[in-house]
Every structure is written in C-alpha cells, then in structure tokens.
Design a protein around this ligand. Structure first.
Ligand code: ACO
Length: 328
C-alpha cells in the first residue's frame, strides 16, 4: 500500500475588526510610530473585543476554511487547535470548536507550541491522515494574546496582535505537504515566558501565591539571535528532507515576529527577500496564528499559485522551531 499524499483542501481566517495603530500606542506608553516601524516593521495590529474569546476566533476561521474546502463539519474527524492563549485550561479550544461547528464525529485536542503551533499541528494532523487513522482534519491556530500582555510594558505591548487562521487537510493525488521538521530547545525557555510575580502567603510563609495577573516577559535581543539561527536551520533541514535546493523555492512564509528577523533569516539562507511573504505591518505577531494568516493571504493574493513550492518556517517561545514544505 502506498502512503497517501496529504494536502490543504481549504483555508480561512478571522481577524478582529478593531485596529490598534502605532499612533494609538503612542498615547498608551512612551513609544513612537517611528521606533516600532523601524525596529519591528509593525504598523498596526488587531485586538479582539471583550466578548470575543479565543474559541470564537478559532470557530470563525474554521467555518470559513470548511466553506473554502466545500466540506461539512460532519465529515471532519480530527480537530487540532494551536494556541497559547486558550479561554481557560479546559475544555480545550478544539472541543469548543467541535461543539460550535457540530463536528460530532471528530477527535479534538489542543497543541501548545507558541508561534510554531500551527506547524506542529499541521505536522501532527498530517501523520494522523497518512496512517489512515482519520480522513479529514481541521487545523486551526487562534490567539488572543492581548489578554495577557502588560499594556504598560512598551518592550512587549507593541509587538503582538490577535487573530486566527485555519485549514482543512485531507488526501490529495500528488504534492501537498511534502516534508516536515520540528525541533525544541527547552534550554532557552527563559528567553520568553508568561510569569506571574509571586508574594509570600501571609498565612503560610512557606507558600507563595500570584500577586498579579500572568504577563509576557521577554529577553528580546537574545531571542532575536536564537530566532534567526533556528529558523535558518529549520529551512535547511526541511529542504534536505524534501530533496530540494533553495533556488527551487518559490515562496517562504515565515513566522511574523519582526521584519528584521525575517530579513536576517533571508540573508543567512541567501534567499531573495522578494520570495519571502511579509504581512507583519498589518497584524504584528499573532503567535501561532501568524503563519496561518500569512499563508492564507499569500494564496489569496496569488503570491502562491498552483504548483508553487512553499516553505513555512516558525520559531516561538519554548523555544520551538518548525518548518514544512508544501507543494500547492
Ligand atoms: N518604544 C520605544 N523605545 C523602546 C521600546 C518601545 N516600544 N521598547 C524598547 N525600547 C527602548 C529600550 O528601552 C532601549 O532603550 P535604551 O537604549 O535607552 O536602554 C532601546 O529601545 C533599545 O531596546 P532593545 O531591546 O535593545 O531594542 P531591539 O532593537 O533589540 O528591539 C525587539 C527590541 C523589537 C523586541 C527585538 O529585540 C526583537 O524583535 N526581538 C525578538 C522578539 C521576538 O521575536 N519575540 C517573539 C518570539 S516568540 C513568540 O512569538 C511567541
């Protein structure tokens, strides 16, 4: 029996309507449009409203991907949601999406791999389909990072945004997702964390308890260097697996954390920047959702066309990196 090819059958995104521009941020913290643009490439980002939960963003993107794939929710037998900003610890976002869509025959679970989450979920779903365990999978990346940003910390609050992207995966005759690479570097976990400052309990001095809400803290410059090296490594490794040369790549869709990181990766790999898809200006860093949304936009704007060879590459808190080669 030959192993089936697994490909993307449909794509969808959902982006909250509210835009937060660099000029809006100038009124909130000591920063400037000029600093944010030149250091990161970000111009504006989307912020979910108070009633929009991560599961709502995920469900809306998923419903659009199902429509694009012309497939009903009842035909989906696996749902994976990549997120680091779930509504709560449980139920999982995937189970909430299952309920909202009425995908009653699906197995549903979440994946936590920060900005690499979409690619970890894609690779996991692909293996389920290849082994014949399921036929059709819904892979979603959804983040509501605005909920645990310290909006007084200018070193992090200017970087992130909310959003969601989704795709339907199934068997295809040829091409599809032709190579995968994942790697984790737990030793660098301290470079970016969600922490809650702790104080001693007045009733039990041995015990500590959170003094404030959890928030993102980051060692930006160290992270920058590791990000460039790990993304370049991931591209080299996945191309080896796909038996492809860099010159054969038509489009690279990288995680959108910082335009300077993307440029440095392109230079290190010797891939022209014109081949790299960038939309960080509109959305900032949406963690797992960044690549899902960028991939969607690259397809819809015809930067990725039928037959294009595409490299998806990510790194994120953990640290975790991943890459896939997709023949569209
Ligand atoms: N506005 C104005 N000034 C600022 C701001 C701001 N928003 N933030 C920091 N500064 C100041 C600093 O205080 C510092 O001032 P000083 O020189 O007086 O001390 C100065 O700007 C330079 O700060 P750096 O941190 O050195 O700036 P850098 O050029 O490194 O840019 C940045 C910071 C954008 C965070 C960069 O390091 C970066 O992108 N790192 C990688 C971040 C990343 O990828 N994170 C996410 C990955 S994981 C995930 O996505 C889940």
């Amino acid at each position: 029996m030959t192993t089936p090819h697994v490909g993307i059958l449909g794509l969808g995104v959902y982006l909250p309507a509210r835009k937060l521009t660099n000029f809006d941020l100038e009124k909130m913290v000591e920063t400037s449009d000029e600093w944010i643009r030149t250091r990161t490439g970000i111009v504006e980002r989307r912020i979910a409203d108070a009633k929009e939960k991560t599961s709502d963003l995920a469900t809306k993107a998923a419903a659009r991907a199902l429509k694009d794939a012309v497939i009903s929710a009842q035909k989906i037998d696996l749902i994976i949601v990549a997120t680091i900003s779930p509504d709560s610890n449980f139920p999982s976002m995937a189970c909430k999406v299952q309920k909202a869509l009425g995908a009653s025959d699906a197995t549903a679970f979440d994946v936590s791999a920060a900005c690499s989450g979409f690619l970890y979920a894609l690779t996991t779903a692909k293996q389920y389909i290849r082994t014949g365990m399921v036929k059709n999978a819904l892979v979603i990346a959804a983040e509501r990072i605005s909920g645990f940003i310290d909006w007084k910390d200018r070193s992090t609050c200017v970087l992130f945004g909310d959003g969601a992207g989704a795709c339907v995966l199934g068997k295809v005759r040829s091409g599809g997702i032709i190579a995968d690479f994942t790697r984790s570097f737990g030793k660098y976990g301290h470079l970016m964390e969600v922490v809650a400052q702790e104080v001693r309990s007045p009733f039990d001095p041995q015990r500590t308890m959170p003094a404030q809400l959890p928030r993102v803290v980051m060692r930006g410059q160290e992270l920058f260097k590791v990000a460039v090296n790990s993304m370049a490594e991931a591209v080299e490794e996945v191309l080896k697996k796909a038996k492809m040369k860099k010159s054969e790549v038509d489009c690279v869709v990288p995680h959108q954390a910082n335009d300077r990181i993307i440029s440095a990766v392109a230079r290190k790999l010797g891939i022209p920047k014109e081949k790299i898809f960038v939309n960080i200006d509109k959305y900032g860093n949406m963690s797992a959702a960044s690549i899902a949304v960028a991939f969607y936009e690259a397809v819809k704007t015809k930067r990725i066309k039928k037959g294009s060879k595409v490299v998806l590459v990510a790194f994120g808190a953990g640290l975790v990196s991943a890459a896939n080669v997709v023949k569209w």
